[in-house]
Ligand binder design. Structure first.
Ligand SMILES: Cc1cc2nc3c(=O)[nH]c(=O)nc-3n(C[C@H](O)[C@H](O)[C@H](O)COP(=O)(O)OP(=O)(O)OC[C@H]3O[C@@H](n4cnc5c(N)ncnc54)[C@H](O)[C@@H]3O)c2cc1C
Length: 271
C-alpha cells in the first residue's frame, strides 16, 4: 500500500512559502531546559513575539474562522503548516488551547469575542488549572471553592501539576460553586485573570521535570469570569477531556513519532 501523501501544486507552493517564512522568522539558538522549568523572561519574550507573528497571519490556528483569529485555511493547509513547524523543530509555543473549543460551546458571545481571538492570535497565554493535589483523574474531588460575593466570586484553593513554561495571562479553572450539591453537579469553570491579587504560582520540582503549583487565596473574580452556568463545570470539563484524550491537537508536539515509525518499518523491510 502506498502511504505517500499527495499534494496539489498549490499546496506544494504553499509549503515552500511556509518553510521560507518560518525559517526567516522563527527564533533561533534558543536554550530550552529539558526538565520543563519555566523559561527566563528574555526567552519567553522571543518565543512570544514569534507566536504573535504566526498568529497575525492566522497560522497559529490555520483552519479556524478568521473572525475568531484563525487563518480560514483548509485542513490540508493546516497540516502543511504543522508539518513544517515540526520539521523545523520550532519550540513549543507554550499555550494550552484546549479550553477554546469548550469556550465556543459554552461561552457567551461576549466571552468568545473577548478571549478566543487574542488566544488564536497568540496574544495571551492560558493555563488549564483543573488538577489538584487530591483530584487528578477524579476531578469530581476538586476542593477549590468559588464562593458568591454579590454577583462576583471569591476563589480559594490549590492547583497542582499545571503545565506552564510561560507566565500565564489567564487560568482556565475548575472550582466547587456549591459544596452542598452532589459531586459533579457542584462545579463551575472560570476564566480567571492570572494577575489578580491572591494568586501565587510556584514551581513544583518532580523526579523528571517540573510543573507549576497555583495557590488561590480569596481571589476576587468578576461575575463574567464564570463560563456556562454555575453548575455546568463537569460538562464543560468533559468537552475538554474529549478533545484532550480524543487525539486532536497533538500534531505539532508529536516530534516525529509517525516519521520515526515509518523509518523503522522501512529499515525492517530492507533488512
Ligand atoms: C506532565 C504533566 C502535566 C500536567 N499538566 C496539567 C495541566 O496543565 N492542567 C491540569 O489541570 N492538570 C495537569 N496535569 C495533571 C493531570 O491531569 C493528572 O496527572 C491526571 O489527571 C492524573 O491524575 P493523578 O496524576 O493525580 O493520578 P491519579 O488520579 O492518582 O491516578 C493514578 C492511577 O489511578 C487510576 N485511577 C484513579 N482514579 C481511579 C478510579 N476512580 N478508578 C479506577 N482507577 C483510577 C488512574 O487511571 C491512574 O492509573 C498534568 C500532569 C502531568 C504529569
Amino acid at each position: 500500500m502506498d502511504f505517500a501523501e499527495k499534494y496539489t501544486s498549490e499546496q506544494q507552493a504553499f509549503r515552500v512559502a511556509v518553510r521560507a517564512w518560518l525559517w526567516e522568522n522563527m527564533p533561533k539558538n534558543i536554550d530550552i531546559p529539558q526538565e520543563g522549568s519555566p523559561l527566563d523572561t528574555a526567552t519567553q519574550e522571543r518565543i512570544k513575539a514569534f507566536r504573535r507573528k504566526l498568529g497575525d497571519q492566522g497560522w497559529l490556528a490555520p483552519s479556524w474562522p478568521r473572525e475568531y483569529g484563525g487563518g480560514g485555511l483548509s485542513p490540508a493547509m493546516e497540516a502543511i503548516i504543522q508539518d513544517e513547524l515540526r520539521q523545523l523543530k520550532v519550540p513549543s509555543m507554550g499555550d494550552s488551547h484546549r479550553w477554546i473549543p469548550a469556550m465556543m460551546v459554552w461561552g457567551t458571545e461576549e466571552q468568545k469575542r473577548r478571549f478566543v481571538p487574542p488566544a488564536l492570535r497568540g496574544e495571551i497565554i492560558t493555563w488549564q488549572a483543573f488538577n489538584e493535589p487530591n483530584a487528578g483523574s477524579d476531578l469530581a474531588s476538586v476542593r477549590t471553592q468559588a464562593v458568591a460575593e454579590g454577583s462576583n466570586y471569591r476563589i480559594t484553593g490549590e492547583k497542582a501539576f499545571i503545565t506552564g513554561r510561560f507566565d500565564p495571562d489567564y487560568l482556565w479553572l475548575l472550582a466547587v460553586t456549591n459544596p452542598q450539591r452532589p459531586p459533579r453537579l457542584n462545579l463551575g469553570v472560570f476564566m480567571v485573570d492570572a494577575r489578580l491579587s491572591g494568586i501565587l504560582i510556584k514551581t513544583q520540582r518532580l523526579l523528571m521535570g517540573s510543573e507549576r503549583r497555583v495557590y488561590l487565596d480569596n481571589v476576587l473574580v468578576q461575575a463574567d469570569s464564570l463560563v456556562g452556568s454555575l453548575y455546568q463545570g463537569w460538562e464543560i470539563a468533559q468537552t475538554i477531556l474529549e478533545q484532550e484524550r480524543g487525539g486532536f491537537g497533538f500534531r505539532v508536539t508529536e516530534e516525529g513519532t509517525i516519521e520515526s515509525i515509518l523509518d523503522y518499518l522501512k529499515e525492517e523491510r530492507n533488512r
